[in-house]
Design a protein around this ligand. Sequence first.
Ligand code: NAD
Length: 335
Amino acid sequence: MQTILITGGAGFIGANFIPYFLENNKEIKVVNLDLLTYAGDSTNLLEIEKNARYTFIEGDICDRNLVEELFKKHNFGGVIHFAAESHVDNSITNPDAFVKTNIFGTFNLLDVAKNFWMESPNVYKKGFINCRFHHISTDEVYGTLGETGLFTEETPYAPNSPYSASKASSDFMVRSYFHTYGLNVVTTNCSNNYGPKQHDEKLIPTIIRKATLGENIPIYGDGKNIRDWLFVRDHCTGIELVYKKGKLGETYNIGGKNERDNLYIANKICAILDVIHPKEKSYTDQISFVKDRPGHDFRYAIDASKIENELGWQANESFETGIQKTIEWYLKKYK
Ligand code: NAD
């Protein structure tokens, strides 16, 4: 039975991906390497704790000895790399951790995988021919858009925050291991995710939590910043497809064609709460505008036609169906 390494699986997307992947791939074992930073939550994975095909290792992707030991012990046949510092606001106050984990950590994993799987540039060792490194990245590497246009895989990189700059650097490192050594890599650049298991600090959990606590719902600037929102399960199906069928060395954008501005999102969540969790006054009364984030990108929007046309991927949820499921999940969590 093949074993793959998943990094950062106790975070939001990884913790949605691993149970989904184990269920869909009964012939694969998963080792989850996660440092359990403030963003990792092992209770996110309670549902698979007893699964015989799942192993959790608490540790740092920057720790070369540990990563080498794990490769030797488990003979990994693939890597899906989620681990990262992921919150833009934290990257403004503390960029160091982003450089360390996102850039050095990615390099460390790539280099160990290359040495373990390959004899020399473009020559894989016997038994490791199809081993693949899948790097999970973001659409934020492309910078910001005006009112129109979409990010394609050809859009030049123009990261604007220390977070997106560190992710862009990691994407380049992955690219270089393909072009220099012939390592079997694929990269996916996804738009903003939402859904169950996301950290409380992020926009949508914050809106739901503040609303139900009766506190002000903080919206940056005028609330007109636009993101292309994808339900996390749709991201998981895209990752699985690219991991299994994506072309070697290629990058794929993943996005749900669900552009919504922050104010729309806050109003939509309040309107749903007014129906399913009513109180005397509408939740919309709690929306309040706060000073904008420095360097706040105006708009991100993805052209996902490459993954749709080449691999047959499609998002199942619209923002309106996905947000309903998301609110129901957080209401249970926050009750
Ligand atoms: P997250 O912050 O919720 O989780 C990150 C996980 O990585 C945590 O469990 C944390 O403990 C772990 N981690 C951090 N540093 C580590 C280290 N040095 N060694 C081992 N583990 C470490 O992030 P997320 O939202 O699940 O994002 C996962 C990946 O997807 C990231 O690479 C992110 O850039 C990318 N991405 C996220 C989004 C989004 O909307 N959340 C969109 C596109 C791409």
